[in-house]
Write a protein that binds this ligand. Structure first.
Ligand SMILES: Cc1ncc(COP(=O)(O)O)c(C=O)c1O
Length: 405
């Protein structure tokens, strides 16, 4: 298998990009879907922002270094990765906060309707943020299984909120079909692209989507807690009134008026002062992913995950795959169900194979193709086989739960 893997690496047009990331020696990193690797260029860029822009130029950098435009500048660079126009995307806050802003804006655009529809088992924050609005009497939470979503879209539905690539299984929704169905029912749609943006081609405008949010610290390699991004379709921007009416979303923040007037453009999604260090680091990751190209990345990730499955099969491992077996029906990950998933995951991490565990029994492997090799797939499969065959996962140290899993 290792020979075949090396041949595949030799013919892979993306191999050169591995050197643009700081992948630690001895680590096979299968968790880029949770926290992407550090781009080599990021420390130097941060050093420049800290020492020159902040240290030397101080407050002048809001103008001279263009800090004030950074959220829209980086948003515009994310836009082509998700099928959006440059002025429809902005970098701000976290996914959770952006969900709140956009859900509120959508509710206000559908007077007389209060239901926000999602699926059980969606990423928790998406559901919790609906609950937050419900607690304020502004929304009514409704959850329907995937195959019941269409019938749950009735005349009370204001908004459909779904995660395009499911965080546990990687299963993809048909964005075009669900967006159409929601619109037919008179509802709007908000897509969470946290596991799609930068990993696979997304066509928000081609699908006529209304709103979207996405994560900066996963496939965009923006660093831990990197700011998120938000998309509002051009046709909705002037009617999108979000309730976190902070001064940075004002049409003229530096007029210091007593009255709030939202910015005419996507800047109205800002609330407080953007964290410049975070946005600057995100910009480096976004530029690198844009340079490689999402089509190429997705094509490689499908090959990597299929090769990983072949390696498992050749080693006689029959694991319970919970991701779709058809590569085009899933994002850049494979998840397996195993009653001892937690301990197996820890035993693998001890060997330098970093995947992750999702409660209660999911072993999840992400294939961030910008820095992974086919050789890593063969080696990860070998480690997994050895961990299972040796029973090494049964050691006490691997069964003790850490605070962050
Ligand atoms: C689908 C999805 N949405 C939202 C989030 C959380 O985003 P944030 O921490 O930026 O609020 C995650 C984090 O893993 C996620 O997977």
């Amino acid at each position: 298998m290792i020979e075949r893997a090396r041949q595949l690496d030799a013919g892979d047009p993306l191999t050169q990009f591995r050197d643009r990331f700081d992948v630690p020696e001895g680590v096979i990193y299968l968790d880029g879907n949770s926290l992407g690797c550090l781009p080599i260029a990021t420390p130097a860029r941060l050093e420049q922002v800290v020492r020159e822009e902040w240290g030397r130029d101080l407050i002048r950098s809001w103008n001279s270094a263009g800090w004030i435009d950074l959220p829209t500048r980086v948003g515009a660079k994310i836009a082509p990765l998700i099928g959006a126009k440059a002025h429809e995307v902005i970098v701000a806050d976290s996914v959770s906060v952006n969900l709140f802003k956009l859900m509120s804006a959508a509710l206000a655009m559908r007077p007389g309707r209060k239901v926000i529809l999602s699926e059980p088992g969606n990423f928790p924050t998406d559901i919790y943020m609906i609950e937050g609005l419900e607690g304020q009497g502004l929304a009514e939470r409704r959850l329907a299984e995937r195959d019941k979503l269409l019938e749950a879209l009735d005349e009370d539905a204001a908004l459909l909120v779904l995660t395009h690539a499911h965080y546990k299984t990687g299963e993809l929704f048909d964005m075009a079909e669900l967006t159409r169905a929601a619109h037919d029912a008179g509802a709007l749609v908000l897509w969470d692209l946290s596991h799609s943006g930068g990993a696979l081609p997304v066509d928000l405008n081609g699908c006529n989507a209304d709103f979207a949010v996405g994560c900066g610290y996963k496939y965009l390699n923006g660093g831990p807690g990197a700011p998120a991004y938000a998309f509002v379709a051009e046709r909705h921007i002037e009617n999108s009134n979000q309730p976190l009416s902070g001064w940075m979303g004002h049409a003229k923040p530096f007029a210091f008026s007593d009255d709030y007037t939202p910015a005419p453009g996507i800047e109205r999604l800002l609330c407080g002062t953007p964290g410049i260090l975070g946005v600057a680091a995100l910009e480096v990751g976004v530029e690198l992913i844009a340079e490689i190209g999402v089509e190429q990345l997705y094509a490689k990730s499908q090959k990597l995950s299929e090769f990983f499955r072949q390696c498992l099969t050749e080693r006689g491992l029959e694991l319970d795959l919970v991701s779709p077996s058809e590569p085009s029906a899933r994002g850049s990950q494979l998840s397996f169900r195993h009653p001892e998933a937690y301990a197996i995951c820890q035993a693998l991490i001890a060997r330098g194979v970093i995947g992750d565990f999702r409660d209660p029994d999911i072993l999840r492997f992400g294939f961030a193709p910008a820095y992974l090799r086919f050789e890593d797939m063969a080696e990860a499969a070998r480690h997994l086989a050895e961990v299972l065959e040796s029973g090494e996962w049964q050691r006490d140290e691997f069964r003790e739960r850490a605070a962050v899993t």
